[in-house]
Design a protein around this ligand. Structure first.
Ligand code: GLY
Length: 380
């Protein structure tokens, strides 16, 4: 794909990758005993303090494994291995975990196993895959997202668009153990998501509520976006990247078509200035989500590698526009701060999570560059 880049794009990739390496070579040591989620006054916070089960806790070790894969430098591997040990404390904690065991252990232990062959990492990943399997509702053919009630409502039948990004751990388990059950469950869930979360215009619903006994759809919820009928941009990015990943692991054409449709919608919403709003249909301006743009760009780069020659540039150029614009507007390359990308948003409804630093934005910026430079294998 590199050969399709313009000189300007190619130079940007080289220069920005150098900046990522320079910054992370310092921060990997400074935060070697932390699991960051965001930062306070430029300093990484630490999710070990009471939030070890958080869905984001695979991104920091995942970022370290990406850097190790690209550079072979021991500092990254040591930090990643160290953090994986901490995550063991929640690996068997059914109550506090969720469908997000894929985000957590695929990036942390999946990458470890792929790069080092560690049996311990393989076992962690297998346990996480079994946890995800146990969340499958066979009547409704969906994976349940969360455990706790939300606003007094049971979430037993709730599915969310984000789960797509957790399916690769099931595809891995099927292949590793030569056991079709994991893949069947992943595909049933992906099919269900395609039928019920995708709208005709290519936008997505964040949350769909099913009756957990019959599987019937009984409602929806705007989730982390503005509200019902709105368009949460990171959820849209999960659809772009998640369906592309399901296609990569299964070869089912409908997943690639759906990923493309989700990408076309994403592009149509950002193409004016390439700075993603947190919700493409929210009434007020000024709430952004860099992480949505960066995750969508990673998905578009994968799509560019999968489509016909004449289509490649559409996805590649959209990904490059997102990456270059977000980097120019919102990246912080100073060694004094632990984070790189500003202006991501956790949830529309949580004001203190607006326009802030979030670890997964850094992860997806690095992953996009890692892909563009062909640094190593895909860890999803
Ligand atoms: N998976 C939760 C989020 O994207 O915020």
């Amino acid at each position: 794909m590199k050969e399709l880049l313009t000189n300007e794009q190619r130079n940007w990739v080289e220069e920005t990758w150098m900046k990522v390496q320079e910054k992370l070579s310092v921060v990997a040591l400074r935060s070697r005993d932390k699991i960051p989620f965001w930062s306070v006054d430029g300093v990484h916070d630490d999710m070990k303090e009471g939030r070890l089960h958080c869905w984001t806790n695979g991104f920091w070790p995942g970022l370290m494994w990406l850097m190790y894969s690209a550079t072979g430098e021991a500092r990254y591997r040591e930090t990643a291995e160290h953090i994986e040990e901490y995550l063991d404390a929640v690996l068997m904690n059914y109550n506090d975990l969720s469908h997000d065991v894929g985000f957590m252990w695929r990036l942390a232990s999946g990458a470890d196993y792929q790069l080092t062959g560690s049996e311990k990492a393989k076992n962690r990943q297998a346990i996480a895959a079994c946890h995800l399997m146990a969340r499958f509702n066979p009547t409704g053919e969906f994976i349940r997202a969360w455990n706790p009630d939300r606003n007094g409502e049971k979430t037993t039948g709730w599915t969310i668009i984000d789960t797509l990004m957790n399916l690769p751990i099931l595809y891995w388990a099927s292949e590793e153990y030569e056991d079709p059950r994991f893949r069947d469950v992943a595909m049933k869930h992906a099919d269900n998501t395609m039928a019920n979360h995708m709208r005709l215009d290519g936008s997505v619903r964040h949350i769909v509520k099913h009756d957990p006994v019959t599987g019937e759809i009984v409602g929806e919820n705007g989730g982390q976006g503005y509200g019902i009928g709105s368009s949460w941009s990171r959820g849209q990015a999960w659809a772009v990247y998640g369906f592309a990943l399901s296609y990569i692991h299964t070869g089912k054409e409908a997943y690639l078509d759906t990923a493309k449709k989700a990408a076309h919608y994403f592009i149509s919403c950002v193409c004016e200035d390439w700075l993603p709003r947190q919700d493409f249909r929210a009434p007020e301006e000024g709430i952004f989500d860099a992480s949505a743009g960066l995750a969508a760009a990673c998905g578009m780069l994968e799509i560019a590698g999968l489509v016909q020659e004449y289509e490649k540039k559409l996805y590649l150029n959209a990904a490059m526009k997102l990456l270059m614009t977000i980097e120019e507007a919102w990246a912080d390359w100073s060694d004094d701060t632990d984070f790189i990308v500003r202006m991501s948003t956790g949830s529309y409804k949580v004001k203190q999570s607006h326009n802030t630093y979030l670890i997964y934005a850094d992860y997806f910026l690095a992953e996009a560059l890692y892909k563009l430079k062909d640094c190593g294998p895909l860890f999803w």
